[in-house]
Design a protein around this ligand. Structure first.
Ligand SMILES: C=C(O[C@@H]1C=C(C(=O)O)C=C[C@H]1O)C(=O)O
Length: 360
């Protein structure tokens, strides 16, 4: 005979009680960790990305179901977020306004027990962290359809901040209407320029005569619909909810696997987590074979590159800086050898940081 509803619910209640006790035991331990950090370090660092990545990876590895590993990792993400908030409440600056994908990325990475602070531009996010007004910052760096976010790369040229994490977000764009929108009279559609580009084919096919107007963010596009009757916006779910809009058509991005990668920036160096990436900038005197010479040491050491970009150096015309992302941590022997080789060849190198590969 199957067990009665009442008996099953009693078992759930008992388990919930145990879970709650265990969560509080965990929180108390995190609190003790904070005391140890305070006692042993004059400049204690409470947020430890390498430790959090290890905890989340282990959660996924040992998971037996029926809940899947991703779901379980998301629970633990929130548990750690709440535990960390007992040590120190984090302030995380992001490219605003409220409701952007960058805010969604910040919450995915840090969990919901942080305070997120919207800022108007990428360099403002950097400055907020540099000044200490925010503990960390989150900025977009590349999109799988549209490529690199130049402004973020350029800001690294002059900033001393370190990359201490990365987060990837699947990006879905929705065509949205406001409460005053007269859907049969639409003459324009607002969105961020990157979003318009990611939906170009859909817009060509379905809204050929409608003017596309690029604004500073998708959330700003959503906000504008409040005062307009002949416009639509393209934005994500967070902006849709925040501004109380209705979806005319969902998921209009041209590529179904459209993904954006964001970086977490801060002031700290991150120790190795066991599965890391390193980002660096290399510049050298323009000469035949420069790029070849920059890449050869990585090949010689068998280090996998995950991204390569070149940007104008902004110091002289037609001279370039290479942005390299590779697998491994800067304190791995192999990568140390690469860095030495590059420096000995007269190139200048700026290490932007080693950080755990995205887990969630
Ligand atoms: C508890 C610690 O501090 C923070 C909270 C963590 C957690 O709740 O597991 C992990 C790393 C830190 O961000 C720690 O450093 O171990």
């Amino acid at each position: 005979m199957t067990e009665s509803l009442e008996s099953l619910r009693q078992k759930i209640d008992a388990l919930d009680e145990t879970l709650q006790e265990l969560l509080n035991q965990r929180a108390a331990l995190a609190h003790q960790v904070a005391e140890v950090k305070l006692a042993t370090d004059p400049n204690p660092v409470f947020y430890r990305p390498e430790r959090e990545a290890q905890v989340l990876r282990r959660v996924k590895e040992r998971n037996q179901g029926p809940l899947d590993g991703e779901t379980m990792a998301r629970f633990f993400r929130e548990i750690m977020s709440a535990c960390l908030a007992l040590e120190q409440r984090m302030k995380v600056a992001f490219l605003g306004p409220e409701g952007t994908f960058t805010q969604q990325a910040a919450l995915k990475h840090f969990g919901h027990a942080v305070e997120t602070v919207p800022l108007g531009a990428i360099d403002e996010v950097f400055r907020e962290v540099e000044s200490g007004a925010a503990n960390y910052g989150v900025v977009p760096v590349e999109n799988s359809t549209e490529g690199v976010v130049n402004h973020t790369l350029d800001t690294f040229m002059t900033s001393e901040l370190k990359i201490c994490g990365e987060v990837e977000l699947r990006i879905h764009h929705h065509l949205l209407a406001g409460e005053h929108t007269q859907r049969d009279k639409v003459t324009r559609v607002y969105s961020h320029q990157q979003t318009l580009a990611q939906c170009r084919q859909w817009l060509d096919a379905h809204m050929p005569g409608v003017e596309r107007i690029a604004v500073s963010s998708n959330a700003e596009a959503a906000r504008r619909l409040k005062d307009e009757w002949n416009a639509l916006a393209i934005a994500g779910e967070m902006a849709e909810e925040l501004y109380g809009l209705q979806a005319v058509q969902r998921n209009i991005e041209d590529r179904p696997d459209n993904t954006t990668r964001f970086l977490i920036i801060g002031k700290q160096d991150t120790p190795a987590s066991g599965n890391d990436k390193t980002s660096l900038m290399v510049s050298g005197k323009n000469r035949p074979g420069l790029l070849f010479e920059v890449l050869a040491p990585f090949r010689d050491q068998g280090i996998n590159l995950t991204r390569l970009e070149s940007r104008p150096s902004r110091t002289a015309n037609w001279s370039y800086v290479f942005f390299v992302d590779c697998e491994g941590h800067k304190e791995d022997g192999k990568l140390e050898t690469v860095l030495e080789t590059l420096e000995n060849a007269g190139n200048s190198i700026k290490l932007l940081g080693s950080y755990p590969k995205a887990v969630l």
